[in-house]
Design a protein around this ligand. Structure first.
Ligand code: CA
Ligand code: CA
Length: 415
């Protein structure tokens, strides 16, 4: 018993160091046809490592060119476990054929061309000791057409996602030359964080189809989310076909003045001049608008202090609706249009003007807004009627908190 134990120990000691680093290396097939038809598309590579090593798997064509599948990846010893196994479907790191150039995109993963290759599985220990096992693999009927990305464009190259109606969206276009299984567009900033861009529902080609694909980017602000921080981003388009070939293209996009505008009528409070006015008299209001966000909010005329005749509206004063503009409005129940009387959310003393003359209430700023309506007739049946104030984000929304604010039950005295 003791003798047998000692003998085993001796044998184990003798084996140590002589055990091959790399063993049980196998390819489950010697021929594959990488074309996603479900027949011989994939094989399994197996190997066993006696000690920790960097592992490479590559292929040599008849001219000796090398195609990389795994490049010096650190691996732990296999130990008591099953051998390492990995699927191989003919896809290697991107390469170019003699005389081939790609315009505007890069191939990161590509199928081997049809031919006979020498495969090499190679392990290198830290001390430099290397072992390799080789064999032969035939590639046939490979679907070698690449899913090329043509004319990947981002426009405009600088945008301001802040719902002010000016340059709030960026558009990405790309033409894919082959049907595919995934197409992704995303921004990557200096911190490496990815921001996904969704494909436009009105994209000319349907998802997965060859053709022009368009992406519409609002930086998330349409859903009320804060956009990525201001700065310049790399925009990536990344496509993968059915056999796993991958192509990428890059462009750039700068975000400036990004943010979600948030503004309120302070304390939901309106000061009305009267509850009862005679025909020909003016109802005055005073309220305070607060920009409670880090984003400037855009506005347009007429300025506070303007008095409307009751049969006028913002359009008759030449101050039509502009998408993205905030204005204070007054609405009375008998009015024929929504909030017919509207005013800028501040006057010259507080508003700032950009190069194009657009007016903004700066971040975290308050402004007092007054205005009047001179009642020249009693339209509609109701008298008295409710009148109220609102803060309107034109063509975007009137948030519930800014609608029907502080109503007054107004009586118009008719002689
Ligand atoms: Ca096949
Ligand atoms: Ca904007």
């Amino acid at each position: 018993m003791l003798a047998l134990g000692a003998l085993l120990l001796v044998l184990l000691l003798a084996g140590c160091g002589e055990q091959p680093l790399l063993s049980e290396v196998s390819f489950s097939k010697d021929r594959i046809t990488p074309n996603a038809d479900g027949q011989d598309d994939v094989l399994v590579i197996r190997y066993r490592l006696a000690r920790a090593a960097d592992l490479s798997i590559y292929f040599l064509d008849e001219a000796g060119n090398r195609y990389v599948f795994r490049d010096r990846q650190p691996r732990a010893p296999t130990g008591e476990r099953e051998p390492y196994s990995v699927y191989f479907s003919g896809i290697v790191d991107g390469y170019t054929l003699p005389g081939e150039t790609f315009d505007g995109f890069t191939v990161t993963h590509r199928v081997l061309q049809d031919g006979v290759y020498t495969w090499v599985v190679e392990a290198t220990e830290e001390n430099g000791h290397t072992e390799r096992v080789t064999g032969t693999l035939t590639i046939a009927e490979a679907d070698t057409a690449l899913p090329e990305l043509r004319n990947f464009t981002v426009s405009p190259p600088l945008f301001t996602p802040n719902r002010d109606g000016i340059s709030d969206r960026a558009r990405m276009n790309v033409f894919v030359t082959k049907p595919y299984v995934s197409l992704r567009v995303y921004l990557v900033g200096e911190d490496g964080v990815r921001y996904h861009v969704g494909e436009d529902e009105r994209s000319p080609a349907r998802p997965g189809e060859r053709g022009l694909h368009t992406f519409d980017y609002d930086a998330g602000v349409d859903q009320g989310a804060d956009p990525p921080p201001d700065g310049t981003y790399t925009v990536w388009a990344e496509v993968q076909d059915a056999i796993g070939q991958r192509v990428v293209a890059a462009s750039a996009l700068t975000i400036q003045n990004g943010g979600v505008p948030r503004a309120y009528i302070l304390n939901a409070e309106v000061e009305w001049s009267a509850r009862s006015v005679a025909l020909g008299e003016t109802l005055w209001f005073t309220l305070t608008v607060e920009n409670d966000s880090a984003t400037p909010i855009r506005t347009s005329g007429p300025p506070p202090g303007t008095v409307y005749e009751s049969d006028q509206n913002y359009a008759t004063l030449g101050e039509t609706i502009q998408s993205g503009v905030f204005r204070v409005g007054i609405h009375c129940e008998n009015a024929l249009i929504n909030y017919p009387w509207r005013w800028a959310v501040g006057d010259e003393s507080v508003l700032i003007k950009d190069e194009e003359g657009h007016l903004y209430l700066p971040p975290f700023t308050r402004a007092v807004v007054t205005g009047g309506i001179r009642f020249v007739s009693v339209e509609g049946k109701r008298n008295p009627q409710y009148c109220w104030a609102g803060l309107i984000h034109e063509d975007v929304e009137i948030s519930s908190v800014n609608d029907r604010v502080d109503p007054v039950f107004l009586f118009i005295q008719v002689p």
